[in-house]
Design a binder for this molecule. Structure first.
Ligand code: ASP
Length: 480
């Protein structure tokens, strides 16, 4: 039966069977030493000439070959321990060796942290790149963080629900990815920029507390902290106030960090809440870096920015747009009635504030959310301010307005970005380092060579005709 390398120290004197990759081989006089690596660590294996057959196989071993060995776990001689590896007090003299796969010399090193290697090569050979300790840790810690989040929310009566990937365009301010619908020529699905409308419909459905580790797709130019597809923790709750949502997020991330990253510390506890106006005046940005010591990799300055303006003026399009998204609820003033608020939307658009909040950490926007407008009339007014015609609203959002006419609970939510938060927690410079198979700066998957041209036959089936007659090409990648 297989023993993991991090279990070796519990097996002194016992026979173990280990599987993994050959890290390095050192020949010392007559002895051959190899570092054997599995997901959990590195172990030292020794081959003695007296075991002739095994010894001869061992002398063929090269880096990244995949092997199985067995042997009895022994304590290393005094002074020969290696505190840098999990099994460092032990070694295993091999009495059996089986070569499971040979390997060509890898095109990139795996025993460094990888920052010295060009990104194109790392992406093309991502399956090798992920063997390095740093990348493995990033994936393991990401898993732990997500696992923590799932448990935390499940204990608070949230249920995890998957929403469609093939859906209809929902405005989050980016361009949609479109998928031609073969069965309905000339029509398209849009990949979700977020599950926003579906999670609100789940509130109408009486779910009350929803979450999802949700994939979102936005066709925008990629940057260090952006990807065409990314993951967010999508949350929605019914019968909830803005402050209750902020408290939930604060409690979730405080306990996540305290449990999974105990070495980290918070600049603020509780997380500070600052108004949009205040941060713009004081810091000139709505995602200020509030750390006391920016050189300290373990400091986390989580904060909430609240009271955003509901609308922003788009000079190019000469119209008002929602600062967050149109489903965000405008704030009522004091005793103001909904009718009075509707009048103010029209007459004093610029000064209406929203029940919107951003979640920021160390100078990054790591999430955003809002209390939603659940009154169909008020929502229709918001769309009107944004320049939608009655017919346009009907066509794009008629289903939501109709749903809200069948008993909608007041609701709100938030969506912290998993990739960005993990990037910060893992002290990585960009989100590609915490995603198993990310796209390059210009949106390509170099490993699978996507996007790629498709057969004429496939296009015909989809009823799609390409505009250019040339073979579709890809621009040279530009780094960012
Ligand atoms: N859908 C929003 C976003 O992706 C989050 C929210 O309002 O809950 O930014």
């Amino acid at each position: 039966m297989r023993t993991w390398i991090d279990e070796i120290s519990k097996n002194e004197g016992k026979k173990v069977e280990l599987f993994g990759w050959v890290g390095s081989r050192r020949d010392h006089g007559k002895l051959i030493f190899i570092d054997l690596r599995d997901r959990t660590g590195v172990a030292q294996i020794v081959f003695f000439p007296k075991n002739k057959e095994v010894y001869e196989s061992a002398s063929r071993l090269r880096g990244e070959w995949v092997i199985r060995i067995s042997g009895i776990v022994q304590r290393r001689p005094k002074g020969m321990e290696n505190p840098n590896i999990v099994s460092g007090d032990f070694e295993i003299p091999a009495d059996e060796l089986q070569i499971l796969a040979e390997a060509k010399t890898p095109p990139i090193a795996v025993d460094t942290n990888g920052t010295e290697i060009g990104e194109d090569l790392r992406m093309k050979y991502r399956y090798i790149d992920l063997r390095r300790e740093r990348m493995k840790q990033n994936l393991i810690m990401r898993h732990r963080a997500i696992q923590f989040i799932r448990n935390f929310l499940s204990q608070r009566r949230f249920i995890e629900i998957e929403t469609p990937i093939l859906g209809k365009s929902t405005p989050e301010g980016a361009r949609d990815y479109l998928v031609p619908a073969r069965l309905h020529p000339g029509t398209f699905y849009a990949l979700p920029q977020s599950p926003q409308q579906y999670k609100q419909l789940l509130m109408v459905a009486g779910i009350e507390r929803y979450f999802q580790i949700a994939r979102c797709f936005r066709d925008e130019d990629t940057r260090g902290d952006r990807q065409p597809e990314f993951t967010q923790l999508d949350v929605e709750m019914s019968f909830v106030s803005q402050e209750e949502i902020l408290q939930l997020v604060e409690e979730l991330f405080t306990s996540l960090v305290e449990t999974v990253y105990p070495q980290k510390h918070f600049t603020f506890k509780p997380f500070v809440r600052l108004s949009y106006r205040e941060v713009i005046e004081k810091y000139g940005t709505d995602k200020p870096d509030l750390r006391r010591d920016k050189n300290n990799p373990d400091e986390l300055a989580f904060a909430f920015v609240v009271d955003f303006p509901m609308f922003e003026w788009k000079e190019k399009e000469r119209r008002w747009d929602a600062t967050h998204h149109p489903f965000t609820r405008p704030q009522q003033l004091g005793e103001e009635s909904v009718d009075e608020l509707r009048a103010r939307l029209r007459d004093d658009t610029r000064n209406v504030l929203a029940h919107q909040y951003d979640f920021v950490c160390n100078g990054y926007e790591v999430g955003g959310g809002s209390i939603r407008t659940h009154e169909p009339d008020l929502l229709a007014d918001v769309f009107k301010v944004m320049g939608h015609t009655q017919g346009g609203v009907e066509e794009k959002f008629g289903h939501l307005l109709e749903a809200f006419s069948y008993g909608v609970p007041p609701h709100g939510g938030i969506a912290p970005g998993i990739d960005r938060i993990l990037m910060i927690l893992q002290n990585e410079p960009n989100i590609r380092e915490v995603i198993a198979f990310p796209k390059t700066g210009d949106g390509r998957d170099l490993l699978m060579a996507a996007p790629a041209a498709v057969d004429k036959k496939q296009l015909n089936e989809l009823g799609v005709q390409l505009k250019q007659s040339k073979k579709p090409g890809l621009k040279q990648s530009k780094k960012n």
